[in-house]
Design a protein around this ligand. Structure first.
Ligand code: SF4
Length: 242
C-alpha cells in the first residue's frame, strides 16, 4: 500500500497477558520496526468499551478493512486447544492429497478440552501422527514421553493455558459461582467452532490475502523469508524475568 512501516501503529487485542512482554522482544519485527506497537487484553478492551459507555448492540455492522479484515474459519479456531492443529491439518491434508478442492475440513479428534489429545490420520498413503496439549503440566508430561522415545509425532501443538487462548490470562474473568458449574472453556470453544462452521472460507490457504502475501512477499510457505519473519525461538528464562 506504499505506507512507511514507521507510520503504522499496530494494536493487537489479545486473550493473553504474555503478549505485552512479547511485543518488546528483539526478534519480533519484520521491517526494522516492531510488528506490534500496543497489546491490550480482551478484558482491557471490554473495560474501555464499558468506561466510554459504548453500546455495541446499537452500532451498525460494517466490513473490516482489507487486507487484515479477510479471515477464515481456520484462523478463528486458533483460540481453542487443537485449533492450530486443525487449521494446519486442513492445509497439510489438502497439500498432501494433491490439492483437492474438497479435502476434509473437520478434524474432530483434536477438538475438546482434554489436556492431552492424540490422533493418527491416513493421508496419501502416509500415517500422520499428531498430539495436542494445553496446560504446562500436560506439556511437560508429553514432552517427557517424546524425550524418552515412548511417543513420537509429526506435529505437536502446545498451548500454555488449559483449554487454549479461550481461557487466557487476559480474558474476561468469570466468577467462581459460574465457573464451578459451567465449563467456560468448552462454551467459548463452541462459540469459535460455530463461527468457523458459518464462514465461507474455512482453510488458511483459501484466504486471498494470505495467498497474495506469499505470492508477492514471503515467496512460499517455509521459505527462508517466511521462516525468518514468522518463526521465533525460545530461551530459558527465570521466573519474573523481563
Ligand atoms: S494459550 Fe494462553 S499463554 Fe498461550 S497464547 Fe493463548 S492465552 Fe497466551
Amino acid at each position: 500500500m506504499g505506507i512507511d512501516p514507521k507510520d503504522i501503529v499496530m494494536v493487537s487485542v489479545m486473550p493473553c497477558t504474555a503478549k505485552k512482554f512479547e511485543i518488546g522482544r528483539d526478534n519480533e519485527n519484520a521491517a526494522g520496526v516492531p510488528d506490534v506497537d500496543i497489546s491490550i487484553t480482551t478484558r482491557e478492551l471490554a473495560r474501555l468499551i464499558e468506561r466510554v459507555g459504548l453500546n455495541f448492540n446499537a452500532l451498525p455492522d460494517e466490513q473490516f478493512d482489507t487486507p487484515l479484515g479477510i479471515s477464515t474459519g481456520a484462523g478463528v479456531i486458533f483460540g481453542a486447544t487443537g485449533g492450530v492443529m486443525e487449521a494446519a491439518l486442513r492445509t497439510a491434508v489438502w497439500k498432501l492429497t494433491g490439492e483437492e478442492a474438497d479435502s476434509p475440513i473437520d478434524f474432530t479428534e483434536v477438538r475438546g478440552v482434554q489436556g492431552i489429545k492424540e490422533a493418527t490420520y491416513q493421508v496419501a498413503g502416509m500415517e500422520v501422527r499428531v498430539a495436542v496439549v494445553s496446560g504446562l503440566k500436560n506439556a511437560a508430561e508429553l514432552l517427557n514421553k517424546v524425550k524418552s522415545g515412548e511417543a513420537n509425532y509429526h506435529f505437536i501443538e502446545i498451548m500454555g493455558c488449559p483449554g487454549g487462548c479461550v481461557n487466557g490470562g487476559g480474558q474476561p474473568q468469570v466468577p467462581a459461582s459460574v465457573r464451578n458449574f459451567t465449563d467456560i472453556r468448552a462454551l467459548r470453544a463452541k462459540a469459535l467452532y460455530d463461527a468457523d462452521a458459518s464462514m465461507p472460507l474455512r482453510k488458511s490457504h483459501d484466504n486471498p490475502a494470505v495467498r497474495e502475501l506469499y505470492d508477492t512477499y514471503l515467496g512460499a510457505p517455509g521459505s527462508h523469508k517466511a521462516h525468518e519473519i514468522l518463526h521465533t525461538t525460545y530461551v530459558k528464562r527465570k521466573i519474573h524475568e523481563i
